[in-house]
Design a protein around this ligand. Structure first.
Ligand SMILES: [Zn+2]
Length: 186
């Protein structure tokens, strides 16, 4: 590829007799047009025209480490909204609603999700699947709750043993904590 040509959606980039439409392009009446902003790539080996976006949307994939806020806790699972992916400041494209099954929460046996996380907790988790919906696990020392506020007084809970403690209410709460709870900057 000799020249770097930036194109905009709707720009004519090639004729179909030479190149077929591929990623980031579409064909109409014998001509190929860009469907997104990006760099035009005319591939002479495959005979396709592509437009490569400089900032592809951050679609989550299996194995990604993410930060999420617990949205709801039910008997056998928690739901969470993914807010960031570790290692990037770019936003998340695509699905951010995720589920965590009770069996994927803790290395130990647990039958009650509410003993491991609560609504509003910030968690660090790993993506274990993306179809048909986003699935997460916190089954690792590094994974689990990283920040939590007391449900009664909204004071930030501090680590105490394997769980959390509210210094104001003087109550303890069980949690599946990440090993660096209280020491994380998001
Ligand atoms: Zn409290």
């Amino acid at each position: 590829m000799a020249n770097i040509i930036e194109v905009f959606p709707g720009d004519e980039v090639a004729g179909e007799e030479e190149y077929l439409a591929s990623d980031g392009t579409f064909a109409n009446e014998g001509k190929v047009y860009a469907s997104q902003i990006g760099i035009l790539e005319l591939d002479d080996d495959e005979c396709v025209a592509r437009v490569i976006s400089p900032n592809p949307p951050n679609i989550l994939k299996t194995g990604d480490i993410v930060y999420a806020v617990v949205a709801d806790v039910r008997n056998t699972m928690a739901t969470a909204d993914v807010v960031a992916k570790e290692g990037t400041r770019r936003g998340i494209g695509g699905e951010t609603y995720a589920t965590i099954h009770v069996s994927k929460i803790s290395q130990g046996y647990t039958d009650d999700v509410s003993k491991e996380m609560r609504k509003g907790d910030y968690i660090r988790a790993r993506v274990t699947g993306t179809h048909p919906s986003l699935q997460l696990t916190t089954k690792d020392d590094r994974l689990g709750v990283i920040r939590s506020l007391c449900g009664t007084c909204k004071t930030e809970l501090v680590r105490k043993g394997k769980g959390l403690y509210c210094t104001k209410c003087e109550r303890s709460f069980p949690r599946k904590l990440a090993d660096d709870y209280g020491d994380v900057k998001i």
